[in-house]
Design a protein around this ligand. Structure first.
Ligand SMILES: [Zn+2]
Ligand SMILES: [Zn+2]
Length: 401
């Protein structure tokens, strides 16, 4: 495996420095500064301040007449207390890089440095414009940094003909990757449903209107929307995350509410679920003589990889990881990603690279551990494969037309 001139030592240092100093969405000031300083020192034209802390580094190859490529990394951490006891563990109580965005940023920085080297020597590259997009606030809940960068003119100021992004995947061995053309990750919507009846004494229900009745009927009915309204070969998820009603056993509450997480892998399934959840709750309210208020908050859309760009990733990934380690028909995921917004405007591909089984506790391996777990750590063994993937993808992209 060739290493595409990656500075692996520096990549590891950046990764651990970012890990030690985790910053939440739209507060990635130090991370953003590190990225900016690096890119400037390598000759990139650097633009800061998109979506507060977002950074775009631009480099023009050849006469600039070729295609315009976007590579994206996310920079934000999570509000979580780290429990790894690793030497580079978080120095900020209650904040942690538990999703590996420290690694994604280091991978893109490593590729940036290698590509700047090719730019300086003029070797191996054709014509084109490289846009490196470092975005804030990917995590759901205060996130949506990609969307905000776009609202602030990302693709108007830095037009891209294709965009690519990656995420680490614990449980998949290091040196393997997977992705697929078409829908790859689910949309994620949040729904609050509040039924209002008429409070009263538990002994005299005939004088009250009990809002727990339509609530219970709605909870029961929700899974039938998945079972009866959605094509069995399609994917939809409705999870009840919160139910709240009442204060005491002998008081019929005035209100009862529930919060749902709703996910879909096809935009049409997302629409059907939205429509049917509203209809179900409204009709249950009516059936029990209550009223209902429904707040449907649209979150990240379905992430859809385009065919041509996915085939490009496949070719490059096979070159980097070997044909046996690339699953170009990978299973879709029920998680969501705000890179989906970018893919709504620009064709491209999002892929997963294996992070291995590296949960840690007291510095020792704990075993398989998912992202968003306090024992998780990004695996530095992934830096090489991820960095090579971006470098070789840029080389191919600029030289193929
Ligand atoms: Zn995450
Ligand atoms: Zn993440």
């Amino acid at each position: 495996m060739s290493f595409a001139n990656l500075d692996l030592k520096a990549m590891k240092e950046w990764r651990r420095a970012i890990h030690q100093n985790p910053e939440l969405g739209f507060e990635e000031f130090n991370t953003s500064r590190l990225v900016t300083d690096c890119l400037r020192s390598w000759g990139y034209e650097v633009h800061t301040g998109l979506a507060v802390t977002g950074v775009v580094g631009q480099l023009v190859f050849g006469d600039g007449s070729g295609p315009r490529l976007g590579l994206r990394a996310d920079m934000d951490a999570l509000p979580l207390q780290e429990q790894t006891s690793l030497p580079w563990q978080s120095r900020t109580p209650g904040k942690m890089h538990a999703c590996g965005h420290d690694g994604h940023t280091a991978i893109l920085l490593g590729a940036a440095k290698a590509l700047a080297g090719s730019h300086a020597t003029g070797t191996g590259m054709g014509n084109g414009t490289l846009n490196l997009i470092f975005q804030p606030a990917e995590e759901v809940g205060g996130g949506g940094g990609a969307q905000r960068m776009m609202e602030e003119g990302l693709f108007d100021r830095f037009p891209c003909d294709a965009v690519f992004g990656l995420h680490n995947m614990p449980g998949t061995p290091v040196g393997q990757c997977f992705f697929r053309s078409g829908p790859f990750m689910c949309s994620s919507d949040k729904v609050n449903i509040r039924f209002t009846g008429k409070g009263g004494h538990g002994a005299m229900p005939q004088l009250a209107l009990d809002p727990t009745q339509p609530l219970a009927a709605t909870v029961q009915g929700l899974q039938s929307l998945i079972g009866r309204n959605i094509d069995p070969l399609h994917c939809g998820v409705i999870s009840v995350g919160r139910i709240a009603a009442g204060e005491s056993y002998n008081i019929i509450p005035e209100q009862a509410e529930l919060d749902l997480s709703v996910r879909a892998l096809q935009p049409q399934v997302r629409d059907i679920l939205c429509q049917r959840i509203k209809a179900l709750a409204e009709h249950q309210a009516q059936a029990y003589d209550c009223t209902v208020q429904i707040r449907y908050e649209a979150g990240y859309p379905v992430l859809i990889n385009s065919e041509a760009e996915t085939r490009l990733v496949e070719a490059v990934a096979i070159e980097v990881f070997g044909v046996d380690n690339v699953d170009a028909n990978g299973a879709p995921l029920t998680a969501s990603e705000d890179f989906a917004y970018m893919l709504e405007q620009v064709p491209g591909c999002y892929l997963m690279i294996g992070n291995g089984d590296n949960g840690y506790t007291d510095g020792a391996r704990l075993g398989p551990c998912s992202v968003h777990n306090p024992h998780y750590d990004f695996n530095d063994e992934c830096l090489s494969g991820g960095g090579q993937l971006w470098v070789k993808l840029a080389e191919r992209y600029f030289s193929r037309r």
